[in-house]
Design a protein. Structure first.
Length: 235
């Protein structure tokens, strides 16, 4: 649909891929783009490459409808390994040189997510709402010192966007020390040199969640929001 809040209205958690656009609605090469682009709402073709006790490998592909891109990704699980490997390529089928804003949107919720969770990442700076920049993980904004690596607690009735910059490598680990459970990602930080952090902790602000959402997404991204509008170089 063309509703600018379409992503939020139909959001069910999980792990979306955002391409050729992230953040709010905008115009992309003359196409009116809803929030977070096209790919997250499209069906995928599926091809099983290997299905053996040693390894399972599946290739997914989809073509955008408003823009001329094809995204292909192969997911692989190997025996005795806790790692999901993702190998993906975005193809531009157009006859024009088109840049993309590309990111991943894996989200976490309770019971894993709690105020006990700590985010580790090799970043040097963090910006709050793209307005205030501070040192990572502990920095000062408007005279208030805060540990930004600690996740918001449930029912804190807060929500915010953080952006990690100046990464020395492409990885993060979100850990719940109380449960002794963690989740990690590793990627080529030349492709995804930024990390967006969306935090929603039962903040009451009407539609679509009415104060009932407790989630955090930690998102490797090619650029900060609105890079296209600022004339920055895209992938």
């Amino acid at each position: 649909g063309d509703n600018q809040n379409c992503f939020g209205d139909f959001y069910y958690g999980g792990w979306q891929e955002l391409l050729p656009h992230g953040s709010r609605t905008t115009e992309v090469y003359g196409a009116k783009m809803i929030q977070h682009g096209e790919v997250w709402g499209l069906p995928w073709d599926v091809c099983i490459e290997e299905d053996t006790p040693r390894r399972v490998s599946v290739t997914f592909s989809t073509r955008t409808r408003l823009t001329p891109f094809v995204l292909e990704k192969t997911l692989t699980l190997s025996s005795f390994s806790p790692v999901l490997e993702i190998d993906e390529t975005a193809h531009n089928l157009g006859r024009e040189d088109l840049g993309i804003l590309w990111g991943h949107h894996p989200a976490f919720g309770a019971p894993f997510l709690s105020g006990e969770c700590v985010l580790y990442a090799p970043a040097q700076t963090v910006s709050l709402e793209m307005k205030h920049k501070a040192a990572w993980p502990v920095g000062e904004v408007e005279g208030k010192r805060e540990d930004f690596s600690r996740m918001l607690a449930p029912n804190s009735r807060k929500g915010r966007m953080l952006y990690l910059e100046d990464l020395t490598d492409g990885w993060y680990a979100l850990v719940n020390p109380k449960l002794k459970v963690g989740f990690g990602m590793h990627w080529d930080h030349r492709r995804f040199p930024k990390v967006w952090i969306w935090q929603e902790a039962n903040r009451g602000r009407g539609s679509p969640w009415f104060g009932n959402a407790y989630a955090t997404a930690v998102e490797p991204f090619s650029n900060l929001p609105f890079a296209r509008e600022r004339g920055e170089k895209l992938l």
